[in-house]
Design a binder for this molecule. Structure first.
Ligand SMILES: Nc1nc2c(ncn2[C@@H]2O[C@H](COP(=O)(O)OP(=O)(O)O)[C@@H](O)[C@H]2O)c(=O)[nH]1
Ligand SMILES: [Mg+2]
Length: 318
């Protein structure tokens, strides 16, 4: 039976058997938040927890896709199953970056050990982080050893997406003073490993020095992780092994991983709770009326929210 026609439980079983077509189908299901999502994730979740999820974040053009391609090839030589998720909110499906990724990744198509997928953007970034987190569950359950997630680091939403990873790699290239500015503006905190790609270009040493300079300004406890700065030339493959070694070292640095898993679980639970409560309040307790009242300045937002919550809680007690 084609995966499109399968009931969620049968689809889940095919995913667990490692069937790539079923994996693709299951990711579509979670991506559009099909009603079958919850049942599917519920079935898959107990069989997850094995995959190492690596996020690569950085400005467009720094070489993330080229790096991902090289990393995937290296992991394949170790006979590991690899999943690649390309998440690029600045570029909807018609956009150049994803098309480029598709073409570049074709080197791996036909290789049963690499699953490549672009995540569609449905407008809001919160949705993208959620969909990526669910896609991670699908790939993990399907027996993927390493999931590589490529995201464009331009705003807060991308930081959210990168937090779905166990290890966050921030990629920069020399020449763009912009890149280092961007790091200062926020992605600094999420980096577990820095990669200065295009090390064949002038200015690579300076970019490394700038990042090292920023890192040395931060105080750290004796056992606290200090992000290494790795130089690569993704187009030739130089430094790829070092990136992998740094990623694995971070993954083995226990405490950090537990903390991250907890934060991720909290974010997931909170967002599901908020969504469900808002949906229920909206459907039964007059969220739209309250919105009208706030717009008309008949009531302030705190009082309106308090009233809605009271009615919601009252119903739960009845
Ligand atoms: N000189 C040089 N060019 C590179 C390197 N890595 C990638 N590129 C090129 O930079 C361009 C952008 O790479 P891409 O992987 O698409 O960047 P992304 O937008 O971050 O995914 C492509 O033309 C690559 O061939 C490198 O290490 N050195
Ligand atoms: Mg790319």
């Amino acid at each position: 039976m084609p995966p499109e026609d399968l009931a969620p439980m049968d689809l889940a079983d095919r995913v667990l058997a490692g069937d790539f077509r079923a994996v693709a189908r299951a990711i579509s299901v979670v991506e559009r938040e099909d009603p079958a999502s919850a049942a599917l994730v519920g079935r898959l979740f107990p069989r997850t927890g094995r995959a190492l999820v690596v996020g690569l974040t950085g400005a467009p053009g720094v070489g993330k896709s080229t790096l991902v391609d090289r990393l995937a090839a290296t992991l394949r030589r170790e006979r590991l199953q690899v999943g690649v998720l390309a998440v690029d909110p600045t570029s909807p499906f018609s956009g150049g970056a994803i098309l480029g990724d598709r073409i570049r990744m074709q080197r791996h198509t036909g290789d049963d050990g690499v699953f490549v997928r672009s995540m569609a953007t449905r407008g809001q970034l919160g949705g993208l982080a959620r969909a990526t987190d669910d896609a991670r569950i699908v790939l993990d359950a399907a027996g993927t050893d390493v999931v590589l997630i490529e995201t464009v680091g331009v705003g807060q939403g991308e930081v959210d997406v990168s937090r779905t990873a166990d290890v966050s790699v921030v990629v920069v290239a020399p020449g763009g003073g912009d890149d280092v500015q961007a790091i200062k503006a926020g992605i600094m905190e999420i980096a577990d490993v820095f990669v200065v790609n295009k090390a064949d270009r002038d200015g690579a040493a300076r970019t490394v020095a700038e990042i090292e300079g920023m890192l040395s300004l931060r105080e750290r406890g004796p056992d606290e992780w200090r992000p290494p700065v790795v130089r690569t030339c993704a187009s030739t493959g130089d430094g790829i092994e070092d990136v992998l070694a740094s990623v694995r070292r971070f993954a083995g640095h226990g405490a950090a991983g537990d903390d991250r898993a907890r934060r991720r679980a909290r974010a997931r639970l909170e967002s599901i709770l908020i969504r469900r409560i808002v949906e229920r309040i909206g459907a039964r307790h007059g969220l739209d009326d309250a919105i009208d009242a706030v717009v008309a300045r008949e009531v302030d937002p705190y009082t309106a929210a308090g009233g809605l919550l009271r009615r919601f809680a009252q119903e739960a007690l009845d």
